[in-house]
Design a protein around this ligand. Sequence first.
Ligand code: 6PG
Length: 223
Amino acid sequence: MHFEYVYPDPDTLFTALHNYCVKALQTDLETEAKVSCYLSGGSTPLPLYALLARSELPWQRICPALVDERWVAVDHAASNEGMLRKHFSQQADFLTQLKGMKTGHTTARDAESACNELYATLPQPVSFCLLGMGGDGHTASLFPHAQGLTEAFQTTSTCKSLTALPSVVTGSLTERMSLSLAGILQAKRIVLLFTGKQKWEIYQKALHCSDKAAMPVSAVRQQ
Ligand code: 6PG
C-alpha cells in the first residue's frame, strides 16, 4: 500500500512524520523485544532527527542503522553516521545502539561482507526505513547509472557498495555503501521524505519512469 501525504509547511510535515515514526516504533515494541530502523543522511531529515532526539523512546530496545554512507571517516564533515551521532549526542542509548556502515576497509567494496554481517545482526523487524530523494532521482545511495547499481537492484544482500557518477549532487563523494533495493524492502514501512516543488516534480516523473537505472527512486516507489 502506498500513501501520499502533502503538507503545507515544514512544521506540519515534521510533526506528522515524527508522530508516525514514534508510533511505528512503539507499535512494534508492543510485540517485539527489540526493533531496528533505517535512517538516511542528507539535510532534509534533520528536523525529524531533532524531534526524535528529544523523544522519550526506549532506545536501548531500538537499533538505528544507516540507509547509506559516504566512504569517509565518521569524524568527516560529510559522514552520515557522524551527522546522526551529533544530532543524538544527548541520547546515550541511541549512540550505543547505532550501527554505521563505515568500516576500516580501504574501499566500500572491500567492506561489503563485513557490512552485511553487521546488518544481519540487526533485530527484526525494521520498523521503518526513512529515505530521502535527490534532485537526480536517487534514493539512499542508489545513484543514476552508478557502478554497482544493477547489482544493488538484483542482490538479496542487504548492503551494496556503489560508485556514483560524479555530479553536482554527489560532489567528490562518489564512493558509497548503501542499502540495496532488497535491503530497503526489508522494512515494514518505507517513508520517502522530500520537500519542495522541484523534488515533487521529480517524484511525479518517478511514478511512471520505466528506466530505474536513470531514476533509481522509481525502483522503490514502483514496488
Ligand atoms: C546521502 C543521503 C541521500 C539523501 C538525498 C537527499 O548520503 O546523501 O542519504 O540519499 O537522502 O541525497 O538529500 P537532501 O535531503 O540533503 O536533499
